[in-house]
Design a protein around this ligand. Structure first.
Ligand SMILES: [Zn+2]
Length: 121
């Protein structure tokens, strides 16, 4: 990727005609002229551009992971709930898969049980 020929700050993603000069610029600087070619056009598609931003999510098999990890620690659901300062109903619901833990709770469970529940898309 080449740098924008006007500002030099961003990557040049378009080819613009400003007055009679053709330059490779970023989208912002392109506003000063007329876009004659978009580098992001399908013919020159760069995979990174179309990729959505990475997002955190709780793995679908969270219930099994939590349940197995808790049993390994030898703690009862009540004991784990107390240790985590959460309600028994919360621990019970996520362990049975009735409720998906939000990211905050999932990360807390990760810490307490030494498991991996949150992944990136
Ligand atoms: Zn620029």
């Amino acid at each position: 990727m080449v740098d924008c020929e006007i500002c030099g700050q961003s990557s040049a993603t378009v080819k613009v005609k400003i007055d009679s000069t053709i330059l490779s610029t970023c989208v912002e600087c392109a506003k000063a002229g007329k876009i004659i070619e978009d580098y992001k056009a399908p013919a020159q598609k760069v995979p990174m551009v179309s990729r959505p931003l990475s997002e955190e999510f709780v793995v679908p098999e969270f219930a099994t992971i939590i349940s197995q990890a808790r049993q390994k620690t030898g703690l009862k659901q009540e004991e784990l709930a107390t240790k985590m300062n959460e309600r028994l109903s919360t621990v019970s619901a996520v362990e049975s898969g009735k409720r998906e833990p939000d990211l905050k709770l999932a990360k807390k469970l990760e810490r307490f049980l030494g498991i991996k529940l949150v992944e990136f898309t």
